[in-house]
Design a protein around this ligand. Sequence first.
Ligand code: ARG
Ligand code: ASP
Length: 722
Amino acid sequence: MFKIYYKLFCAESLRFPTLLFLLLFLLPARADEGMWLPMLIQKKIPQMQELGFRLTAEDIYSVNRACLKDAIVHFGGGCTGEVISAEGLLITNHHCGYGQIQAHSSVEHDYLKDGFWARTKDEELPNKGLTVTFLRRMEDVTEQVLEGVTDQMSEVERQGIIEANIKKISEETLGDMDPKFHSVRITPAYYGNQYFLYLNEIFRDIRLVGAPPSSIGKFGGDTDNWMWPRHTGDFSLFRIYANVDNQPAEYSDDNVPYRPRYHFTISAKGLKPGDFTMVYGYPGRTRQYVLSPAVDYIANRSNPQKIRLRSLRLDVMNREQAKDPAVRIQYSSKNAGVSNAWKKWQGESRGILNARTIGKKEAFEKRFQQWAEASGHQEYITLIPRLKELYSQLEPYLFASEMYTEAVMAVELLRFANTLESTVERSGTARAAEVAERFFKDYYKPIDQEIFELLFTEFYRIMEPFGDLLPSDPAIGEPLPAEASRFAVLAEYLYSNSALADRQKTMDLLAKDPASVLTLIRQDPAFRLVSPFVVKNRDKIQPRIRDINRELNLLYRTWMQAIMEFDSDRIFYPDANSTLRVTYGTVQGYSPADAVMYLPVSTIEGIMQKDDPHIFDYDIPQSLRDIYAARDFGRWETDGTVPVCFIATNHTSGGNSGSPVLNADGHLLGLNFDRVWEGTMSDIEFDPSVCRNISVDIRYVLFIIDKIGNANYLLDELDISE
Ligand code: ARG
Ligand code: ASP
C-alpha cells in the first residue's frame, strides 16, 4: 500500500492540494462516530481538541450564559436551522423551507422557480403553522423518572410509574408557562436506561426572507440527491418575530424581529482537508444497536418493497409534471418527499450490503452469546433468542403496516377521505373546509387515479401471503371483476363517483346541514373503500406492533446494559431521537470504489460542467452563466473560483438538514444538508471510511445572496469574519 502512495507522491504532475489530500488518506480513519448530548459534551472535549477544536464545553452548552446552543432551532419539527443575525435572521436548507416557498408560489409568482427576496422587512412572508423551537435547558432526570420503581415489580407496573412520573415532572417544570410557547419533553436514552428532560421555547411568527431559485437551491435535483460530488446551494432564509417584549407570540403586524441570545459569526475564511468541523443539530432517528434480523428486515425486505411502490408513484408524477407547469408546482414538494426516501433506501440497502453489517452483527451476537454463557448470567443468555423470537412475531405486522402506509395511504384521495371524516367529527365542518381547500390547491386527479390503480394492483400482489392482515371486503359495494384490470375498473368507478375527488362537490358537501355531513362522507365511495383498511390497521395491526415493540424495547434495555459490559472498549452514544446533538469530525474525501478517490471540496467549475439547459435538474439561471463568464465572483472568489460544497466525517442523520457546520472557533462554515450515497447506512452502521456529511459552503450562500439575489442589504446584518 505504501508503495503505491510513494509513487503517487513522486509523480511530478501532482499539485499541492492533491498531495495534501493523499497525505490525509494515509492517516488511519478516525472514528468520528457518535451523536453526543450537548449537556455531556465535556467528556468528548479532549478528542475534539485533538482534532483542532478551540472552544470549551461551556461554549457549546450552558444554562448560565449565552452559548452556541442558543443560536440553534428545531425548524418545523423536521429540520434544523440557526440564527445568523442580531435581528433574528434564520438560515436553513432550501429543501427544509421548500413547503413554505411552494405555498407562496403560483404560476404568476413562481418563487420555487425564480427565487424570492424580500427587499424590506415588510415584504417578508408569514407562514401559517410554521414553528421554530429553541432548547432552553436539558437535564438528566433518570432518578426522578425511575422514582418508586423496584426490581420486583412487573414491567406493566414499572411503565405505569414511569409514565406518571414523567407527567408530574413535565407539569412541574412547565409551571405557569404558556404551553403554546413552551414545551417540556422527557425522552429515554439507551432504551430507557436513562431519561432526559428538554425545556423548549416555541416561536410561531416565522417569515420567509429569501430563497434562491430551485435551479440553485435544488441544483442537481433528485439526480444528485444523496450523492457526492454535489453542487447544491441548499439554503433559504427566514426571520423569527417576537412581540415587543421579545417573547414568542402568534403572528401579528405588531411583532418585531426577535433579538436572539446568541447568533453565529460567519466564517468566510474557508476550510481545507483535515480541518475540524462540528455539526450541532437535531438528528431524527438512528438504530445503531439493533440485532442482525432487524437489519436484515430493513435491507432485504422492507426497503426493496417500499422502493418498488415509490417507483410506481414517481413515474406517474414525473411524467405528468413534465407536461404542465401548474402540475409541476403542485407536485414539486410531494415529489421531492417521495423521491428522497426512495433514493435513500436504495443507498442504505446497498451500504449495508457493502459494509457487511448483517454478518458483522451476527458475529458479534455469537461472541456475545459465548460470553453470556461463560458468565452464567441467565438473563443475558436468553436475551438474543428472545429478541429474535419477538422479531419473527413482529415482522408480518410491521411489513403489513409499512405496505398500508406506502400503498393504501399513499393514495391521496383515500388519505384525504379519512382525514376529512375525522376532522369533521373532531373539529367540525369549518375546520374541514380549510383542510379541503389546502388539499385541493395541490391536487391533480389524473395523477392520483393512475397511482391508485398501480399501487392497489401491486399491493394485493405483495400482500398475498398475508391475507389475514387485509380487510375482508376492500370493495365499495360494486362487485369487482376478477380479471387483471380489476383495479382499473375500480379506479374508474371511484374517481368518477366520489365527491371527495372534486373540489366543488366537496365544498358543497361540507356546506350542507352539519348534522348530515358526516353521514354523507361516510357514504362516499372513497371513505367506504379506505375505512376497512383503517379499521384493520387500527384494531389488528398497530396494537400487535405496539405490544411486541414494548417487549422488544424492554429487552433492548437489558441488551444495552449487557453490551456495555461485554464490549467495554466501545463508545456508546444514545440513538438519535430528534433531540439536540453534537457530532464532530474533519473535512475529508473518501474512496467510493476501487481506484476512485473523491476530493472533499466542490467548486463553481463543477456547476458549469454539469450545466445543461435541456436537463431540468442541471439548468442553471442565465444570470449565473453570465457571472461565471465574466468571472464576476466579487469578494467570494477563492483561488480563482467559488467553493460550493464540502464533505466531512460528521455523523449526521435525517433532521440534521440545515444544521450549522462550525469550525474550531464555533464560526459558521456552512449548512449540513445531506450524506453521500455510499454512507447512507450510517443510521445503522457508521463506517468511517465512507460515511460523509455534505454541506453547502457558507461562501457560496453569501455569493448567491449577493450576486444572484442582489440582496446584499441582507449581508449588512451578518457578522462575517474574513
Ligand atoms: N437527501 C437530503 C435529505 O434527506 C436532501 C433532500 C432534498 N433534496 C431533494 N432533491 N429531494 O433531506
Ligand atoms: N437530508 C437530510 C435531512 O433533511 C439529512 C440527511 O439525511 O443526511 O435532514
